[in-house]
Write a protein that binds this ligand. Structure first.
Ligand code: ZN
Length: 172
């Protein structure tokens, strides 16, 4: 019957052996060869399919890679554009130091807004030096803090009550 290891034998020997067989055996051999060919085609089909998937995912990966690189270049040139438009310095290889000051400028603007009212309120409520109207002793930090927080403080020397209205009158 069909020997799988026919590829090691010379082709002429195979033909001679094939012709020596009866018709019945020759048909069986042809069917066997045909089956092997079909199996080989199916195998090649799945191999090509696997290679196709491999190439597909490879191209997909390359696509995302190029997309990432494109995005990187876009951000890079965007940063360069703002850096050049903001500062006319022809720097080309220092992108990250140029982007750092841009990011620092934005929080600085935001920080200035809450600081201003805090400075105003502290200047209004808390002068640097305040003296007691009863005993003339200087207000301690604890008294000033209590005056700022609760609006009422008591002199630690004479015990007289101090309010913010009193403090405002002293300032004006
Ligand atoms: Zn006092």
């Amino acid at each position: 019957m069909v020997d799988i290891n026919v590829f090691g034998i010379a082709w002429q020997e195979i033909v001679n052996w094939f012709l020596a067989q009866p018709i019945f055996a020759q048909v069986l051999v042809l069917i066997g060869v045909f089956a092997v060919l079909v199996l080989a085609v199916i195998l090649v089909y799945y191999i090509l399919k696997g290679v196709g998937y491999l190439v597909y995912y490879l191209l997909k990966g390359v696509y995302y890679l190029l997309k990432g690189i494109g995005l990187l270049f876009y951000k890079l040139f965007e940063g360069l554009y703002y850096a050049i438009s903001g500062k006319p310095k022809p720097q080309s290889n220092t992108e990250t130091p140029q982007q750092a000051p841009q990011q620092q400028q934005a929080p600085q603007v935001k920080e200035e807004e809450p600081i201003v009212p805090i400075q105003k309120s502290s200047q209004l409520v808390r002068p640097e030096v305040t003296f007691c109207s009863e005993c003339g002793s200087r207000f301690t930090d604890t008294m000033l803090h209590s005056l700022t927080e609760t609006g009422v403080a008591y002199c630690i020397h004479c015990g007289s009550k101090k309010t913010q209205e009193y403090q405002m009158s002293i300032e004006s």
